[in-house]
Design a protein around this ligand. Structure first.
Ligand SMILES: NC(=O)C1=CN([C@@H]2O[C@H](COP(=O)(O)OP(=O)(O)OC[C@H]3O[C@@H](n4cnc5c(N)ncnc54)[C@H](O)[C@@H]3O)[C@@H](O)[C@H]2O)C=CC1
Ligand SMILES: O=C(CO)COP(=O)(O)O
Length: 352
């Protein structure tokens, strides 16, 4: 049955109530009626009865459903807040219930692959740009929605949940999406900037996770602030080159969603990506770390994807390449660091 976009006021939908989804749903609920989607019936039950989701506090005004159709019928604006590994599946579950009037903003800082049947990263090994999708590209590919945006910036969910001041970027080709995001989320504690370069903003949030793993490793090795400053500035240059090669602008990388989030994530013990690097430097294996983390560290998969992209892009990205060898080829962190210190970086800023 075709759905009409009635003039009845709609709720705001949030898909995924993990760490970030719960924080954003609660912020949206300060000014709006909110409905959240969780795939597990017991989480829906927990939210509707005791107003928590896996123990995280949920504003009592928020209703939960595990029915994508109900969420799409009740809401014109949907925030997708699930990890990239589940993103394509989740979007496909929603696609039959989405109409062009739906406006979608996602908060996911990861990438997906666009490969042929039977192909995987292991079989192809090298990736072209057309084989990599940002989450907005997944939404455009899988649904009839066109008014798509992303939300990215220094937004550690624990700090947002404590009501600490922060800011974010809503990026979209459609000004209407930016204005709606600002209207829904802006408050005295939360500033919302706009940017029309959605690909550049998505890539900024994705690529900073690589550098955050490396920053965690530097901290885990007991190195100082000079080393961290070196990593952050070279990391930013690497992000600029990668983002340009993938279709983003330099401006977005040097803005809040790029440098802003890079500085935050490289300094926060609450960052899951930083934590992965820290624990690696303390001697744990990647398998040990991932099997004991409840939440997602997107940077691990991003390193694999970007390392495979570098092989076709004709650019060097020494931090990513060395981190790939540490994560997946057993290169000791101290050796990776030694290699980077010998790397012939000679020009400080070569992109402006
Ligand atoms: N936590 C943070 O501070 C921030 C996270 N992000 C990004 O937000 C995204 C989500 O991260 P978190 O909420 O932190 O992750 P999380 O690991 O805390 O939660 C992920 C949520 O997605 C749900 N999920 C997983 N697979 C699903 C599926 N197939 N169908 C439906 N739901 C599914 C899980 O049940 C869980 O509720 C990531 O891309 C992350 O990079 C962005 C900014 C801040
Ligand atoms: O993106 C984030 C903060 O802006 C969260 O970083 P982590 O995913 O590393 O926790």
């Amino acid at each position: 049955m075709a759905l009409k976009n009635s003039s009845k006021p709609k709720k705001i939908g949030v898909v995924g109530v993990g760490s970030f989804g719960a924080a954003i749903a609660n912020m949206l609920a300060e000014k709006n009626e909110v409905m959240v989607y969780a795939r597990k019936e017991e989480i829906v039950e927990e939210i509707n009865s005791v107003h928590t989701a896996s123990g995280r506090e949920i504003n009592p005004s928020i209703q939960a459903t595990f029915d994508p159709e109900e969420l799409c019928r009740s809401c014109n604006i949907l925030f997708f807040m699930v990890p990239s590994a589940a993103f394509v599946d989740v979007v496909r579950r929603f696609a039959p219930h989405l109409y062009p009037f739906h406006l979608i903003i996602h908060g996911t800082k990861g990438l997906a692959l666009n490969l042929g049947p039977g192909e995987s990263l292991e079989t192809v090994q090298k990736l072209r740009r057309s084989q990599i999708l940002t989450m907005s590209e997944v939404i455009l590919q899988e649904t009839v929605s066109v008014r798509v945006g992303c939300l990215a910036g220094p937004n550690i969910s624990k700090e947002l949940s404590l009501g600490q001041p922060a800011a974010t970027v809503i990026a979209s080709k459609y000004n209407e999406v930016i204005l709606e995001g600002q209207r829904l989320l802006r408050s005295e504690k939360f500033q919302v900037y706009g940017n029309s370069d959605i690909i550049g903003v998505e890539l900024s949030g994705v690529l900073k996770n690589i550098i955050a793993i490396a920053a965690g490793a530097i901290a885990g090795l007991g190195l100082g602030e000079n080393a961290k400053g070196l990593l952050i500035s070279r990391g930013m240059v690497e992000m600029v080159h990668l983002s340009k090669a993938l279709g983003g602008s330099v401006q977005s990388v040097i803005g809040l969603a790029g440098v802003g989030d890079l500085v935050t994530t490289c300094n926060s013990v609450d960052s899951r990506n930083f934590t992965v690097g820290f624990r690696l430097a303390k001697g744990e294996t990647l398998d040990q770390i991932l099997s004991t983390m409840d939440e997602v560290a997107e940077g691990v998969n991003t390193v694999r994807i970007i390392d495979a992209f570098i092989k076709t892009a004709g650019i060097r990205a020494p931090i990513t390449e060395n981190l790939h060898r540490v994560l997946f080829e057993d290169l000791p962190i101290a050796e990776a660091l030694h290699f980077l210190m010998k790397y012939p970086f000679s020009v400080d800023v070569d992109f402006v």
